[in-house]
Design a protein. Structure first.
Length: 314
């Protein structure tokens, strides 16, 4: 399948109480996303709690997402881990599970140099039989590919795209400039939910915003506005997303990726899109004040954003 251009949500993975995958909820969630007009699915990202899954569970998540899409949109499977050998296990399993594309987060926890990182990406590309996506997330994997290394791997045919989740638009601008200067075009998706509008303006071909799990139609409208170069509307829709992010932030609780997953799952259960709010242990269920906050402030806005046929202009 072609490269996904547009809204590619990093799929929340519904879990059962025992830590397994809730297959019925996952199918329902995927169908909702695809019916909303997304261009692809990003599976086993941070929002998919990949860090808590073994090889088989990651492969099962890919397999069930591929089955649920029925070929309607491509599936990008993230296969990163702490070493090359572990990443290769995930890559082989993801391809066998039917993923159309593979994304690679550089090995985390232990820092590696550029030659080691380039060897890592080359090894994964060889195993999957084609180019892969570079997953740039320096907040959690600080030893990441440099601009020079990205250009080199694009020229070699190792990379077919990139996802920038840094929310660092200076870096994003520099990457786009280097790719143009070297004549090595590369489709780049933005990952930060708060910078989708800036990413589109600077040349992003789509967004992998976690809020796409909650408001996929809203983000599809923003992408369509960007294609039409209606930047006033793009900004207005982004401001609505910012309001949603603020309402999803829980007073008194320290933000973390795991807490974000707990928040999203609670909201999805409240909306009737999935059945269980459990996340990977040791993340606890949300306390009652947090639930009341989301019921009062976040849920009405999610429903409003998804129901708008004609988004407002400033």
């Amino acid at each position: 399948m072609t490269e996904p251009l547009g809204v590619v949500p990093p799929v929340v993975l519904p879990m059962s109480r025992d830590g397994g995958i809730d297959s019925a909820s996952l199918e329902r969630h995927v169908n909702h996303l695809v019916d909303a007009g997304v261009s692809g699915l990003w599976v086993n990202g941070t929002t998919g709690e990949f860090y808590a899954l073994d090889v088989e569970l990651r492969a099962r998540a890919v397999r069930e997402c591929v089955k649920a899409t029925g070929g309607r949109v491509p599936v990008v499977a993230h296969v990163g881990d702490t070493s090359t050998d572990l990443a290769l296990q995930h890559a082989r399993a993801a391809v066998a599970a039917g993923a159309q594309h593979v994304a690679v987060l550089p090995p985390y926890f232990i820092g590696f140099g550029q030659e080691e990182l380039k060897a890592h990406f080359r090894a994964v590309a060889r195993v999957v039989g084609g180019p892969v996506y570079a997953y740039h997330l320096p907040q959690l994997a600080p030893a990441t590919l440099s601009l020079d290394s990205i250009v080199e791997l694009v020229a070699e045919g190792v990379l077919c795209g990139a996802k920038d989740s840094s929310s660092n638009m200076v870096w994003f601008r520099q990457l786009q400039a280097r790719l143009r200067a070297e004549g090595t075009p590369l489709p780049v998706l933005t990952g930060g939910s708060s910078v989708a509008d800036l990413g589109y303006f600077l040349g992003a071909v789509g967004s992998v915003s976690s809020t796409g799990n909650l408001t996929p139609r809203h983000l599809v409208r923003q992408y369509q506005a960007a294609l039409a170069e209606d930047w006033t509307l793009v900004r207005a829709l982004q401001e609505q997303t910012e309001e949603l992010i603020a309402r999803l932030t829980l007073p008194g609780l320290a933000p973390s990726p795991s807490l974000t997953n707990a928040v999203y799952k609670y909201v999805l259960v409240a909306l009737g899109r999935i059945d269980d709010e459990h996340t990977a242990r040791p993340q606890a269920l949300l306390p009652e004040p947090a639930r009341q906050h989301l019921d009062t402030h976040a849920l009405p806005l999610v429903e409003h954003l998804e129901s708008q046929e004609h988004p407002p202009r400033p």
